[in-house]
Design a protein around this ligand. Structure first.
Ligand code: CA
Length: 225
């Protein structure tokens, strides 16, 4: 999952980056509202953390212009403590949720997970795809009763596919949402990691839940053997 953070306070932005990266997110940080707007319009992020008081363009205007342009990226707006008016305006201008500063990281992460899964089939952090279960909050995964140990990158890849269960996900889409940056990778990094995942979640269980769609990409489907 790739998240855009628009926050002008450098230490807060750095802390957000660290906190989100520790959870497996790919994070883009910008410190200016106009730049945040441009970035959000250019790329397809899974979520956006948007401060209100920003140079260039404030968070309300960024949200309003994104929605006016038809951009549906989930927006979590950071509001001032006890800023009831800010919070109301955040929702009115197109934010999906808000969080007042100072916030706790577990709450921020839970709110982001909730926003990101809105377009998915799951109503909670526990995703069930056939007999494959994935706990997005605890980063754990099971096939039937057997827990499967995944690396952080393998989990990120599986999480992205699971949020799009049944839909084709292209290689370029995976590179953007799961890997940080387009350059410097072996061109087959996606194929390699798909292979790792299959050897853990499918092979030992006689399943084939990660389909290759020739010429298009991959699709995660229920496979109960
Ligand atoms: Ca600010």
């Amino acid at each position: 999952m790739r998240v855009l953070v628009v926050e002008d306070e450098v230490s807060m932005a750095a802390s957000l980056r660290l906190g989100l990266e520790a959870e497996g997110y790919v994070v883009d940080v910008v410190h200016d509202g106009a730049e945040g707007l441009a970035r959000a319009l250019e790329f397809s992020f899974d979520a956006m953390v948007l401060d209100i008081m920003l140079p260039g363009l404030n968070g309300f205007l960024v949200a309003r212009r994104l929605r006016a342009a038809g951009e549906t990226v989930p927006i979590l707006m950071l509001t001032a403590k006890d800023g009831d008016l800010d919070q109301a305006e955040a929702l009115d201008t197109g934010a999906d949720d808000f969080l007042s500063k100072p916030f706790s990281y577990p709450v921020l992460l839970a709110r982001l997970r909730a926003l990101i899964r809105r377009g998915s089939t799951s109503q909670s952090a526990l995703f069930t795809i056939g007999d494959l279960r994935i706990d997005m909050s605890k980063h754990r995964c099971w096939r039937g009763e057997d827990e499967i140990v995944l690396t952080a990158k393998e989990f990120s890849l599986l999480a992205y596919l699971a949020h799009r269960e049944g839909r084709i996900v292209t290689r370029d889409e995976l590179l953007f949402h799961v890997w940080d940056g387009m350059d410097g990778f072996a061109t087959n990094v996606v194929e390699v990691y798909i292979g790792y995942l299959r050897r853990k979640i499918d092979g030992p269980f006689g399943r084939s839940s990660i389909e290759t769609v020739r010429g298009s990409g991959y699709r995660l489907v229920a496979s109960d053997g």
